[in-house]
Design a protein around this ligand. Structure first.
Ligand code: HEC
Length: 186
């Protein structure tokens, strides 16, 4: 009984000390201050387990459909390259300052389409990866997965050809280039 009480007091003190530490502002939230390696390992484990568990019931459609790949190419060029780069685009100013650093998606294979789908749809908390499901339906997200499967095989020329007329329609269904000359009020 005595020992149990002692353990409870120590745990309570540790929780209070942790709260005081956070409240004092001693913790540096800056993106240019890396985690301890133990923290990184813990976060990586949590991310991998979370994504694996949540994507278990997701089943991919036919990802070799050329129309799906073409749709994904346009989305990728419009929304993803600032962070994930592309063949012929070896760096970006934004990617330099991001922590954790976004993976270079043309240098890695999609090892599990369902996991890629889940990540693109829901994003990843406390990283720069947005939840694209807030603005895109499942078909558009599968299109991006279909394109990511092809991306590592593309030369810069092939990538440019596939994304040459990429314009993301705005929320009114118009393309950015269409309403460039006149300003429209909201
Ligand atoms: C503002 C930056 C940013 C943008 C824009 C962005 N991402 Fe990400 N993305 C990230 C970061 C950061 C990670 C890694 C998060 C981590 O380490 O947990 C990531 C991870 C991913 C992963 C998981 C890769 C892996 O190896 O685990 C996929 C797939 C992905 N992004 C696809 C996309 C797609 C497709 C788009 C465009 C629709 C996109 N991302 C746009 C920042 C971004």
């Amino acid at each position: 009984m005595q020992a149990l009480k002692l353990i409870l007091v120590v745990v309570a003190l540790a929780v209070v000390a942790f709260g005081v530490f956070l409240w004092s502002g001693a913790y540096n939230v800056g993106a240019d201050d890396p985690h301890w390696s133990a923290t990184t390992r813990l976060l990586t484990m949590a991310r991998e387990r979370s994504i694996k568990t949540r994507s278990r019931e997701i089943h991919a459609p036919d990802l070799d459909d050329p129309r799906l790949i073409a749709m994904g190419a346009a989305h990728y060029a419009e929304m993803c390259t600032g962070c994930h780069l592309a063949p012929g685009m070896p760096a970006s100013e934004m990617r330099k300052g991001l922590y954790p650093k976004p993976p270079v998606l043309y240098k890695q294979d999609v090892h599990d389409p369902a996991e890629a789908f889940w990540v693109i749809k829901h994003g990843i908390k406390m990283t720069a990866m947005p939840a694209w499901g807030a603005s895109h339906d499942d078909q558009a997200i599968w299109a991006m997965v279909a394109f990511l499967k092809k991306l590592p095989d593309l030369t810069p020329e092939q990538y440019r050809a596939m994304t040459a007329d990429a314009h993301e329609p705005d929320e009114h269904g118009r393309h950015a280039s269409e309403d460039m000359p006149e300003m429209h009020g909201h």
